[in-house]
Ligand binder design. Structure first.
Ligand SMILES: *Cc1c(COP(=O)(O)O)cnc(C)c1O
Length: 374
């Protein structure tokens, strides 16, 4: 799809279309009505992706995804609240760290990196600790690509009368979430992931009542979503300097998202990418870390080849020279590397990536390309 520059097989920043990048060639004034219309259109489209128009506000925020996660916790969890953080990877740990830094009381429940949190776990934990007010969940834990059962967990949280905060950064726009059926106070994502915009803007889909009740909670001026939302609702403008080019690119990326066929089409393309990747890598003898049932079609973790001549850095540089950017592993116990399935890339691109990986392993390890155990 994009032969001049390398294809980023990473979970954001990722490969964008030329059309999306082109949308950044204009300078926008933050007071300009046309720019404010772009922001309003982006927010409306983001809400529509989860059928959240009736129940939620979209609050955009300058910065990377983590800024939006921190803003959601800081704004929506009262200072006397307590968060149960569900962890099976690095982003779950980061969510706990945010609670710690913000001085919000929290407890953690950690499962292995290849083990989803279950609704039964959450039910048990909420029974055991009545002080918990909020549950924090990572939908797709990008450090492995594991999918956690959001809909089931959301029901249990609701049954207990508690609030749910979902980091859906790497799943939003590609995996279906229906706000009418899945109750959440906050669903957080960003411009530069499955929507295929450029990085620089996060957003929080915040439950209207929860946001209305959040005045004065936030520890931070810049990250206060209540203020950010009230100012925007009043003026149509961002409270502080907006990431104008990022918003324009996201708007253009959303037009393409709709033209492609919206969420079902995005999901299918990524699922096809994932399938092409898994099959091709299996043919090279490379095993994926997760079993297929818990693998989200977002990013795949592979065991590193055991050949002593394999070094990730060397491997990375050689694959990069062939036009593909891979991603290091993020697991503490096992040596792995990751390959993203998301971005402006299709199954043909994934086949080409697998071919390049096979050639590189052959160069590095002087191994045959035929099936062999590594
Ligand atoms: C990308 C991502 C984030 C945000 O990371 P930033 O580096 O701040 O953009 C948060 N959670 C998950 C699950 C992610 O994939």
């Amino acid at each position: 799809m994009n032969t001049a520059a390398p294809i980023l097989l990473t979970p954001g920043p990722l490969t964008t279309s030329a059309r999306t990048r082109q949308a950044m060639l204009e300078d926008w004034g933050s007071w300009d009505d046309r720019f404010n219309a772009l922001t309003a259109s982006v927010c409306a489209q983001l809400l529509a992706i989860v059928q959240g128009e009736g129940s939620h506000h979209c609050v955009p925020l300058q910065g990377s995804g983590t800024f939006a996660v921190e803003a959601a916790v800081g704004t929506l969890v009262p200072r006397a609240g307590k968060v149960l953080v569900l962890i099976n990877g690095a982003y779950g740990k980061r969510l706990a760290k945010i609670c710690e830094v913000l001085g919000r009381d929290f407890s953690t429940f950690e499962t292995a990196e290849d083990e989803p949190t279950t609704a039964a776990d959450v039910d048990r934990l909420l029974h055991a600790d009545k002080a918990i007010t909020h549950v924090g969940l990572i939908h797709c834990e990008t450090s492995t690509g594991i999918l956690n059962p959001l809909a089931d967990i959301a029901q249990v949280v609701k049954q207990h009368g508690k609030r749910l905060i979902v980091d859906a950064m790497s799943s939003f726009g590609a995996l279906p979430i229906d706000a009418r059926a899945v109750p959440f106070d906050a669903l957080i994502a960003a411009s530069g992931k499955c929507l295929e915009g450029v990085p620089g803007m996060g957003f929080v889909l915040a439950n209207k009542q929860a946001l209305a009740a959040a005045q004065g909670n936030c520890h931070s001026l810049a990250l206060d979503l209540f203020d950010q939302h009230s100012y925007m609702a009043r003026t149509g403008q961002w409270r502080f300097t907006p990431p104008t080019h990022v918003v324009a690119a996201l708007h253009e990326a959303l037009l393409q998202y709709q033209e492609e066929g919206g969420l079902p089409a995005r999901h299918k393309r990524y699922a096809d990418n994932c399938q092409a990747l898994l099959e091709g890598m299996a043919d090279l003898g490379l095993r994926s870390f997760l079993s297929a049932v818990i693998q989200a079609p977002i990013i795949v973790t592979f065991h590193a080849p055991t050949d002593p001549r394999y070094q990730f850095k060397d491997f990375y540089e050689r694959v990069k020279a062939k036009g593909f950017i891979l991603y290091p592993g993020k697991l503490t116990q096992v040596d792995t590397f990751r390959v993203g399935c998301i971005g402006h890339v299709d199954a043909a691109g994934m086949h080409a990536a697998v071919k390049a990986i096979g050639q590189v392993l052959q160069e590095m390890c002087r191994r045959e390309l035929a099936r062999e155990s590594l």
